[in-house]
Design a protein around this ligand. Structure first.
Ligand SMILES: [Zn+2]
Length: 134
């Protein structure tokens, strides 16, 4: 059963672009990001992509997410496990190369390693997260 407390972000905005079109644009850009990561020598595997409201509530309750209005609910976010030299990479500076590329693909693209776009490692950091705002 779906929670009535959580509304996907697309229901809260009046953007003229249909959600399905946004999702398809997002997915095409994720394809570009995957290719770019490969070119730059990174390996990627998928973490969360779509997330149910119930799952989002659970992550929020555990403090693993800061919002109940995650773009994951609208199929406009994906988390990647990033690998370098065969090992999982959690280094902000290294992954920022991917974040910068991601943000260059569309003005609404946001990397979780730099939510406020100030090019600094500050505030809540979520390096695996790549999203397109509604
Ligand atoms: Zn995420």
């Amino acid at each position: 059963m779906r929670s009535k407390l959580i509304k996907p972000i697309h229901q809260l905005t009046n953007s003229p672009m249909k959600l399905s079109d946004k999702q398809q644009l997002f997915t095409r850009n994720i394809g570009k990001l995957i290719k770019y990561a490969h070119l730059m020598g990174f390996g990627l595997s998928f973490g969360h992509a779509w997330r149910s409201p119930e799952e989002q509530q659970r992550l929020f309750d555990q403090g693993l997410s800061k919002t109940l209005a995650s773009m994951h609910l609208s199929r406009l976010a994906v988390d990647f496990n990033v690998f370098t030299n065969g090992g999982l990479c959690l280094d902000w500076q290294q992954i920022k190369v991917l974040g910068d590329y991601w943000e260059s693909l569309h003005p609404n693209n946001r990397w979780g390693g730099d939510w406020n776009g100030n090019d600094l490692k500050d505030g809540f950091i979520d390096c695996p997260h790549f999203e397109m705002r509604g």
